[in-house]
Design a protein. Structure first.
Length: 297
């Protein structure tokens, strides 16, 4: 039996893949163990390496850095979602003069690296007399890049729905806006939610690129504290471990929130109860009561 892209592996190929997987996992584990052993040998996990964290000013600056990271993420995420929704709707338009320019904008900003956009807005625009703060440059770059990716996600999610959904809505006399907002989007959002959250996690991690344009976020705080040789003897490893754990915690929290919203959305599906449904429920309840009394006797 063959597939479109590759043939289904036979017994020998599956055995070979298992051996390669075991070798790969063993190599990765060996590399991790080696790195940990080197950290232990160079005394990277000792308590004195964390003395820098006992200073109140450093703790306050860490909170400020986390706040800046979350602020850039929140504003960038909201703007990216709005940008993605608007340009996805434009790409789904029936008018070519709307669909064409929207496709060009999305493809351009999807293709430009995020770092290039940040450098352009922060260092390039001042040459033309337009000066932006580091926060504004980071937020605009996050909006354009991630918004373009989200526009494609929205468009693909809506196009993945069966054609009969929109055709039935049009047959009922709905306009295209009503079909999109009342019929297609509620169904597509359930399917798109994991992908949207994955892109928002990427957006959260992309805020770390702001340190290249002097934006005072979490990674820039880590490089500044970790490189302080005068006061702390360059505790770069311990500081970066703390920064990495904070990023991991924030991403896990965002993923947990997405899973919670998805489960709540599944529980809160709207159901319209008719009079026949209520009569059936009363009849079932009465039958259950009669059966319960009969078993008690």
């Amino acid at each position: 039996m063959s597939m479109v892209l590759f043939d289904v592996p036979g017994p020998k190929a599956r055995a070979r893949h298992k051996v390669m997987a075991v070798i790969g996992v063993a190599a990765v584990l060996a590399a991790i163990v080696y790195v940990i052993m080197r950290f232990v040998a160079t005394d990277q996990f000792s308590s004195r390496r964390l003395d820098w964290f006992n200073y109140k000013q450093i703790q306050l600056s860490l909170l400020d850095a986390i706040g800046n990271t979350l602020s850039a993420f929140a504003v960038g995420a909201v703007l990216a979602l709005v940008f993605g929704a608007v340009f996805a709707a434009a790409r789904l338009s029936d008018h070519a003069w709307v669909r064409g320019p929207a496709a060009v904008v999305v493809e351009i900003f999807r293709a430009i690296p995020l770092v290039v956009m940040m450098f352009f807005f922060y260092y390039g625009l001042p040459v033309a007399g337009v000066k932006l703060s580091a926060f504004t440059a980071v937020v605009i770059s996050l909006m354009l890049y991630n918004g373009s990716v989200l526009a494609e996600i929205f468009r693909a999610g809506i196009n993945s729905l069966p054609k009969g959904q929109s055709e039935a809505a049009y047959a009922l006399g709905m306009r295209k806006t009503q079909v999109m907002t009342l019929v297609l989007l509620p169904q597509a959002l359930r399917a798109m939610l994991p992908t949207i959250i994955s892109q928002l996690v990427v957006l959260l991690k992309d805020t770390a690129l702001g340190f290249l344009i002097t934006f005072e976020e979490l990674l820039r705080w880590g490089t500044r504290i970790g490189g302080d040789a005068v006061n702390f003897g360059r505790p770069m490893i311990s500081v970066m471990i703390v920064v990495a754990l904070i990023y991991i915690g924030l991403c896990l929290l965002l993923t947990w929130l997405a899973n919670y919203l998805e489960k709540r959305n599944r529980r809160n599906k709207k159901v319209i109860h008719t009079d026949d449904d209520k009569a059936n429920q009363i009849q079932i309840a009465e039958s259950s009561a009669v059966m319960g009394s009969g078993s008690a006797v």
